[in-house]
Design a protein around this ligand. Structure first.
Ligand code: DOR
Ligand code: ZN
Length: 438
């Protein structure tokens, strides 16, 4: 059991506003809010100059465990999360073996219970033949469908197979929405290219829009819960704006798709800028930001998908797609709040409250009595530079290398334990499986 912690005078942030108060943490829960006598706690944190946020929930990461441990594992991925103020994550099924069976899911949860220092859960991956697993596996945030090929070999691209999955069951379906035929035709055109800037054209906006349209149509047909992963185009934002009210549909966006843009990022980073779906020109990035601000896009995820320097050193066509992000997403958004582009309350909505709401997570995402003590203390005045070689992710690089930002986590608390404090990580803290309401 963690020792009671009293956080004094914290400016507690929710989407509705900011209240300065004391927060008492006992037995892994937020036990009391208000003016609290210091005699109640062994450990006191003076937070008069800090903001207290519910811990961020990153609903889209690839921590590579099991099977791809040279890129990341659940210990290193969760350390990076803790450093970034992320107290929980949902991890994707393109591991080795793929997370597509009862056994693979049980194995992942077992590894996480021993290795993850923040809270966790895992998507079950869809194939054309595992409908029973998709519907019967217990306590998962949702079903992941790759509608277009990406890293790994998971793919369900046939309309009838997709229809069958949407028609049977009620669990949330999260889609990587890119049309495989359009991708394959475009790849053929660019097969001799050596230019990383062409990556965006091998996976054009039409591929994203076509797959998103199909997924939305199926969600409307069967009134199925649908989540569109990593949106990248202005066209999808506009389409979703029109369709969203017709079914329980939600969407996420990643910081890299809003903040980085073609062609500059490909010229600067080459293979390191490569991600699926791709980073596109600024018009799309701006539409994504506007979609988030207007509420068409619900939440922020990172798609933290690390690959090593050696893998990224390969040529165009050979280098894998994906980039890390779990430890930089909250700081990047805090920086935006500092610059007046949004409010701190919005950041809490997009990174803490909405993921919890969309995925039906129990007891998290708010600073309320009885809720889990997953919290992050923020110093909005702290300035730091994101630097390759000084990160917690195993691959130790970031597409935001050399960006100086204002507003950083100083203490991260998981289940009432301080897991990260000003650069130090306590690896004795163990995360727990995140409970999902069925
Ligand atoms: O760029 C990507 N990388 N997109 C994906 O869909 C998968 C991911 C990975 O696992 O590397
Ligand atoms: Zn992903």
């Amino acid at each position: 059991m963690p020792v009671p912690i009293l956080i004094k005078n914290a400016r507690c942030v929710s989407s509705l506003g900011i209240i300065q108060q004391d927060v008492l943490l006992e037995d892994g829960k937020i036990s009391k809010l208000g003016i609290i006598n210091e005699k109640y706690a062994e450990h006191i944190v003076d937070a008069s100059l800090l903001y207290l946020l519910p811990g961020a929930l990153d609903p889209h990461v690839h921590f590579r465990d099991p099977g791809l441990f040279w890129k990341e594992d659940l210990r290193t991925g969760s350390r990076a999360a803790a450093a970034g103020g992320v107290t929980g994550f949902f991890d994707m099924p393109n591991t080795k073996p793929s997370t597509i069976s009862f056994e693979a899911m049980a194995q992942r949860k077992k590894i996480a219970s021993k290795q993850s220092i923040v809270n966790y859960n895992f998507f079950i991956g869809a194939t054309n033949t595992n409908l029973d697993v998709l519907n019967d596996v217990e306590n998962v945030p949702g079903i992941k469908i790759f509608m277009g090929s990406s890293t790994g070999d998971l793919l369900v691209d046939d309309v009838n197979d997709l229809d069958h999955i949407f028609a049977n069951g009620s669990r949330l379906i999260a889609v990587h929405a890119e049309d495989d035929d359009i991708i394959n035709a475009a790849k053929e055109i660019y097969k001799n290219s050596k230019d990383f800037n062409d990556h965006q054209f091998t996976r054009p906006p039409e591929a994203a829009l076509k797959a998103t349209t199909l997924a939305v149509e199926l969600a409307i047909k069967y009134q199925r819960r649908l989540h569109i992963l990593h949106m990248t185009t202005k066209d999808e934002v506009r389409y979703l704006e029109m369709q969203k009210s017709k079914a329980p549909i939600s969407a996420e966006v990643c910081p890299q798709h809003m903040l980085l843009s073609a062609p500059f990022i490909y010229e600067k980073l080459g293979a390191y800028a490569q991600i699926n779906p791709p980073i596109r020109d600024m018009i799309h990035g701006e539409a994504l930001w506007n979609g988030l601000v207007s509420g068409v896009i619900d939440c922020i995820a990172t798609d933290h998908a690390p690959h090593t320097h050696a893998e990224k050193a390969k040529s165009f066509g050979e280098a894998p797609s994906g980039m890390p992000g779990v430890e930089t997403s909250l700081p990047l958004m805090l920086d935006r709040a500092n610059r007046g582009m949004c409010k701190l309350e919005d950041v809490v909505k997009w990174m803490c409250e909405k993921p919890v709401e969309l995925y039906h997570v129990k007891n998290k995402g708010h600073i309320l009595e009885g809720y889990d003590a997953d919290l992050v203390l923020i110093d909005m005045g702290e300035q730091k530079t994101i630097e390759n070689g000084k990160l917690y992710t195993k691959v130790n690089w970031s597409p935001f290398d050399s960006w100086t930002t204002n507003g950083w986590p100083v203490i991260t608390i998981v289940n009432g334990h301080i897991v990260f404090q000003e650069g130090d990580i306590d690896e004795t803290v163990m995360g727990q499986e995140i409970n999902i309401r069925s």
